[in-house]
Write a protein that binds this ligand. Sequence first.
Ligand SMILES: [Zn+2]
Length: 112
Amino acid sequence: MNLYTDCKSCKKEVRIKSYAVTRPDLQMEKGDDFNINCKNCGTFEKKHVNDIKAKPNNFVILIGIVIGIVVTFFLWTIFGAIGTIGAVIPILFWQQEMKATKSFNSYTIKRK
Ligand SMILES: [Zn+2]
């Protein structure tokens, strides 16, 4: 899962460097408002924690696909066709990313 927000002046995505999984986590880490710096146009902007959005991290899904292929290959050599069950691994990774993204985006902090 990647966290990002839109730059007000150039509308480009600004990535938020954080390992927070939920919005309250992010709030605890950075506070209610924090400054972001757009790498594209150099604008400094104050953002509320609710302005941050999450999207699935394609890299995590890619890792899931790689693990899926490796597991499928090993199971295939041992068990034969039943090894194709390993193909479910990338789907699980993808589902996990979607779930995390959705729960992050649907939960907002009460503004004071
Ligand atoms: Zn910008």
